[in-house]
Write a protein that binds this ligand. Structure first.
Ligand SMILES: Cc1cc2nc3c(=O)[nH]c(=O)nc-3n(C[C@H](O)[C@H](O)[C@H](O)COP(=O)(O)O)c2cc1C
Length: 330
């Protein structure tokens, strides 16, 4: 069974992917309750952290109940990354994850995120320096390569392992692909099949059914699956995968009462954590998925996503339960 440093994980662990504005403490806690084995924060700018930017610092918050939790940072400047390691350590995560995969222009143009895939030596030396600078396990999340013609992920993963990286999560797309096309898990399997690799290799990209998670395990032989979009507004996904692994059967989808309960808890935790205004605003993106596919739902959805006060959103949840309580999800 895979281990990240000294953290023992179950067979084929399911990891909640770092997702900007999504993987906050309330959402991570919900995913953890529903079976996620490791959760990660959204990426945090090392330059923001060292300048004490309030938005970056707030992202360091973790709840005890979500452990083991990894804090993900990004950057390309050694001094800033090392100073960030110290700041991150002070909030007591179990893992420090480095983002070498973010494809967005504002990150890549500074040589950070997936930008570093153009400079593998720097990627390796930054990782090595960070490993040496902390007692916490350092992990890396990356993509297959910069573009199709420069995929060297087998070599890159081995070099990262050699400098002390304790696990690697690989999104089966290149930077050039952004989110287009299908994730290709074959190169990830090649990393895993490299006889020199001994750290866990986690697959990422397009795992949105229990069957795909099983394929990642059985056909591609990976050590675990990192799950992103399939969990947004649907934290039950982790439990569904685990049930399928155990029984070969699908769990029935969550009932309306379960969805309303989760949505309420999510909103309440968000308000407790970041206050009424931000809590109400930042939880909105999850509701579409919590209540997906219900006919004639627009009026209620609009109320959920346009109300500025939590009382109105909670009221909308109650109305939904009253009106659609018997709705059967497919
Ligand atoms: C809204 C959103 C925000 C994301 N933010 C991050 C991030 O902060 N750090 C990171 O490493 N990847 C980030 N990603 C990429 C995901 O972690 C993951 O690699 C990608 O979505 C593919 O996995 P999936 O198909 O399971 O969603 C983000 C993805 C989405 C959809």
């Amino acid at each position: 069974m895979p281990k990240i440093g000294n953290i023992q994980l179950p067979d084929f662990p399911l990891l909640l992917a770092p997702m900007e504005d999504v993987s906050d403490p309330p959402f991570r806690a919900l995913c953890k309750e529903q079976g996620a084995d490791v959760v990660f924060t959204e990426f945090i700018s090392s330059e923001g952290l060292i300048r004490d930017a309030a938005k970056s610092v707030m992202k360091l918050d973790i709840y005890e109940k979500e452990r083991p939790v990894g804090i993900q940072i990004f950057g390309a400047v050694l001094e800033s990354m090392l100073r960030s390691v110290e700041i991150v350590e002070a909030s007591g995560p179990d893992i420090i994850d480095i983002n070498f995969g973010c494809p967005v222009k504002k990150v890549v143009s500074k040589g950070a995120g997936a930008g570093i895939l153009k400079d593998i030596d720097l990627m390796v030396s930054l990782t090595e320096a960070m490993v040496k600078h902390t007692k916490l396990p350092v992990t890396v999340k990356t993509r297959l390569g910069w573009d199709h013609d420069s995929i060297k992920i087998v070599e890159v993963a081995e070099r990262l392992q050699d400098v002390g990286c304790q696990a690697i999560s690989i999104h089966g797309r290149t930077r050039a692909q952004m989110y287009k096309g299908e994730a290709d898990w074959k190169p990830i399997a090649e990393v895993k099949n490299n006889p020199r690799m001994h750290i866990p290799v986690f697959g990422n990209g397009d795992v949105d059914t229990p069957e795909k998670a099983m394929e990642m395990r059985d056909k591609y032989g990976l050590d675990g699956a990192m799950i992103g979009r399939a969990s947004i507004g649907y934290p039950w996904f982790f439990k569904e995968v685990k049930h399928y692994f155990k029984t070969g059967e699908h769990l029935p989808p969550p009932t309306m009462a379960e969805r309303v309960y989760a949505a309420k808890r999510h909103l309440q935790m968000a308000i407790d954590w970041k206050g009424e205004t931000l809590g109400v605003f930042e939880t909105r993106r999850h509701y579409t998925n919590y209540f997906k596919g219900i006919p004639n739902f627009k009026e209620y959805r609009m109320k959920m996503v346009t109300s500025d006060d939590s009382a109105s959103v909670f009221e909308a949840f109650d109305e939904v339960l009253e009106v659609f309580g018997d709705y059967e999800f497919a």
